[in-house]
Design a protein around this ligand. Sequence first.
Ligand SMILES: Nc1ncnc2c1ncn2[C@@H]1O[C@H](COP(=O)(O)OP(=O)(O)OP(=O)(O)O)[C@@H](O)[C@H]1O
Length: 300
Amino acid sequence: MTDSMVVTRGLTKRYGAHTAVDGVSMSVAAGEIYGFLGPNGAGKTTTLRMLVGLIRPSEGTATVAGHAPGDPAVVRRIGVLIEGPGFYPYLSGRDNLRVLAKYRGIGYPAVEDALVRVGLADRADDKFRTYSLGMKQRLGVGAALLGMPDLLILDEPTNGLDPQGMAEMRELITTLAGDGHTVLLSSHMLSEVQEICDRVGVIAQGKLLVESTVAELRGGSSLLLRADPLEVAFPAVRAVVGERAAMLTASGIRIEAGTGTAPAVARAVVEAGADLLELRIDEKSLEEVFFEMTQLEVAK
Ligand SMILES: Nc1ncnc2c1ncn2[C@@H]1O[C@H](COP(=O)(O)OP(=O)(O)OP(=O)(O)O)[C@@H](O)[C@H]1O
């Protein structure tokens, strides 16, 4: 019994002199939503294609649901949406899924189940070409769900969607994870997926820069304090945390002395005679972290 649904070691793909994926070692735990994040061209799709056995690695290994990618034993356990499944525009959503089900030896009840789960049961008889982009993407997820897979691999499932379509996709993915599917999804837009991912791996120029929980990645060790008047609060804060740990910024006082100093800081500000307006952990948005990291990598 393995708790990891995906494990790669030094996974590498070269195209001639170009290394598209460069020694990626990642792991996706069973039951989690894992966000595989990186800018366009970072190597996300190439990695996912290796995981599902569409292309072979130049070097390194991958284990998916306990087997080598492409192993028939694993093909049935994973549902894949990579670069769109290529639906027939003139067939209905239901008939498109039936075509796929028939091809894969799956009974039609699975089609009805998938349509319900992706919220397309009401529109199942409409032609695919009349669907909104969000509906098309959800039908793609429906196709991936047909074999009741343990692992769903979704390449940029929110790509191109409007805010409502994105919200619906996020909700769908969260529901699917709640139903027991492990989800590995890629995205170049952190803000679109950060709230649903348990963990993320950040890739740039083929290299995995970090793998951690969203909370770890965002840090959160500094405090931001707003008070009135600031000139009364500032020396009081400095008296508690030391001169070097408190800085005046455009939005207030930034305190780099650990979040555990918050109660003492709050007391000191009030005792000094200032009004405490706000005291919170100053987390970076994942977008900021991501930008810093990928810029650092580019600058190397
Ligand atoms: N078959 C191929 N032949 C040559 N180069 C390729 C091939 N497939 C991908 N690449 C290159 O490998 C790099 C990584 O591409 P990949 O599609 O994996 O990136 P990505 O992170 O998925 O980006 P995007 O979100 O734009 O698809 C790119 O520079 C791409 O041009």
